[in-house]
Design a protein around this ligand. Structure first.
Ligand code: TXA
Ligand code: MG
Length: 354
């Protein structure tokens, strides 16, 4: 098992940080908290260290990593051009859950970018992450600290469960506050394009940039961002996602849950506070993510909820959608992937036809 340092999230002990930074400088792997999820960090300018990330995660070398920096001024040393839009976004949203994709400089190893001519960079809003990057004195390459294609970790225990036997050190600063990964924004296209919806809502980007495209089609065409593969973020238990207006969704959830339970399935529900009462008499297990309109809470609890249901040995998870506004888009994206495309859409018309 990896060594674990308990560390204060707001006021990290700099002696522990210095030890962790020494591991990074020596080419080792350190899992650390960010405001989104835990990352698995290595020296981003050391190809051999970065290779260890791919091995530990069993991640294909075709899936590029994000470089984490502690100061926006480090950006121009990693990317060939820094367009005014990048400077403006960095000024407004860094540190924070926004990753910018820009043309890379030669100093960025090819293994980081999976051979792409672009690199993804972000400045995380977590004192532990920032202190670690500063102490290491190098950009830290870090994917989410889970095994490839599994649910991302929002606690140190999740990291220990997935990777504990393969990494050197885990910095445990408690659960991560946002709970879904950063928004990945490609600035190399004519229209800025979200490749992965995440902790920074599309609406916040559009308020600065004007129209922003979202390209997360999972079922067709070449994948512009390999992290968009459909079977990402998946629990082991089969899952169905129900999408539609809340009252109709609730009715459909109830009906599906009752039907599958009657067929002998062990059913788990991933739902909103408002759904609980309607499911109370069903022979199912229920995990509540939060109130329907409290998307911060829903996002923060999402992966924990998925892991919790996944650990119960159920035969089916049925989850509900939380809309596409704000953080809802990121939540929907992760639920769609977890469901591997098993989606049931209900709408008002469906109600009319019975
Ligand atoms: O919140 C986060 O972003 C977390 C924390 C640890 O910072 N990190 C994270 O990393 O989620 P990872 O490796 O799990 O996801 C990185 C995403 C993937 O979807 C990857 O394909 C995309 O960023 N990406 C990285 N470099 C890219 C590039 N040059 N062009 C397009 N997409 C890129
Ligand atoms: Mg990931």
């Amino acid at each position: 098992m990896a060594r674990v340092f308990s560390i204060d999230a707001r006021n990290p002990d700099l002696r522990l940080i210095a030890e962790a930074a020494a591991v990074i400088q020596a080419g080792g792997l350190v899992a650390f908290p960010t405001e989104t999820v835990y990352g698995l960090g290595a020296d981003g300018l050391n190809p051999a260290a970065v290779a260890r990330i791919f091995e530990a995660k069993e991640r294909p070398l075709t899936d590029p990593l994000i470089l984490h920096i502690a100061d926006p001024e480090a950006l121009p040393s990693l990317v060939r051009e820094t367009p005014p839009s990048a400077l403006e976004l960095a000024r407004r949203f860094w540190p924070g859950p926004l990753t910018l994709v820009l043309p890379k400089r030669p100093v960025v190893p090819d293994i980081v970018t999976a051979g792409l001519p672009t690199v993804a960079v972000r400045m995380p809003a977590h004192p532990v992450a920032l202190a670690l990057i500063r102490a290491a004195g190098t950009p830290i390459a870090a994917p989410s600290a889970n095994r490839f294609a599994r649910t991302s970790p929002t606690t140190a225990q999740h990291v220990q469960d997935d990777l504990g036997d393969r990494i050197d050190l885990i910095l445990d600063a408690g659960p991560t506050p946002i709970g879904v990964e950063s928004t990945v924004l490609d600035l190399t296209r004519p229209v800025p394009t979200i490749l992965r919806p995440g902790g920074l809502p599309r609406e916040a980007l559009e308020a600065v940039l004007g129209p922003v495209a979202v390209q997360t089609r999972m079922d067709e065409g070449p994948q512009p961002s390999p992290g968009m593969l459909p079977k990402h973020y998946a629990p082991r238990t089969p899952m169905i996602l129900v999408v539609g207006p809340p009252p109709q969704t609730r009715a459909a959830l109830r009906e599906l849950a009752a039907r599958y339970a009657a067929q002998g399935h062990q059913v788990g529900l991933l739902v909103a506070e408002e759904d609980r009462a309607a499911m109370a008499d069903l022979p199912v297990e229920t995990v509540v993510l939060g109130p329907e309109d409290d998307l911060e809470t829903v996002a923060r609890r999402l992966y924990e909820g998925l892991r919790e249901l996944d650990a119960r040995g159920l035969s089916l998870i049925i989850a509900r959608d939380f809309g596409a506004q704000g953080l809802g888009l990121a939540v929907r994206d992760r639920l769609l992937r977890a469901a591997g495309g098993s989606v049931i859409a209900v709408n008002r018309d469906a109600e009319k036809h019975g």
